[in-house]
Design a protein around this ligand. Sequence first.
Ligand SMILES: [Ca+2]
Ligand SMILES: [Ca+2]
Ligand SMILES: [Zn+2]
Ligand SMILES: [Zn+2]
Length: 184
Amino acid sequence: MEEIRRAAEAYYENLSEDKKSYARFKFSEMDKNGDGQIDLYEYVEYLDKDNNMALTHPRMFRALDKNNDGGLDFEEAKVLYYITQSGRALFCKSCNTFLTDVYFCCFQCFFKGESVSTYEICCDCYGGNKFTHHEDAIFRDNYSLLSQSRSLALAAPPEKRRSVLGKVEGIVDAANTVAGCIIM
Ligand SMILES: [Ca+2]
Ligand SMILES: [Ca+2]
Ligand SMILES: [Zn+2]
Ligand SMILES: [Zn+2]
């Protein structure tokens, strides 16, 4: 969780003033009783409205509550904001834990296209072989997947490259829009 916290902090620092105010506004919307903390009740109630089942889990709330005082202050809530805005709300397809830092992703499913959903699992499930997926699956961690995406995009012929990059941009835009609508 520490790594994603640092990412969230960096992400927030680079937001425009407008977006920062928006994050503040979303926080105050969640904080119904206005005490500056989002308690579990406020958290679940807010996320339930958007049918965001995975994030609603109390385990997720506890993970966000860094100092363990039963409430999320604005600093802690930044992580939630980041997770939803960046489309980083990923959960292990095998044990359903939130994928905080490094995780493994099926290479084939990742590049197969929109008809196939991606398949990502936590290090424990991958290392302990605690998952079922198609036999020939090749797994890559999220970092190597990123650099391989670059190689694939660059390996495409120039006229195709634009469409590959366009698609990537489209995906990023869509993820941002969707996340913006769903929560915060
Ligand atoms: Ca509150
Ligand atoms: Ca707290
Ligand atoms: Zn797992
Ligand atoms: Zn797969």
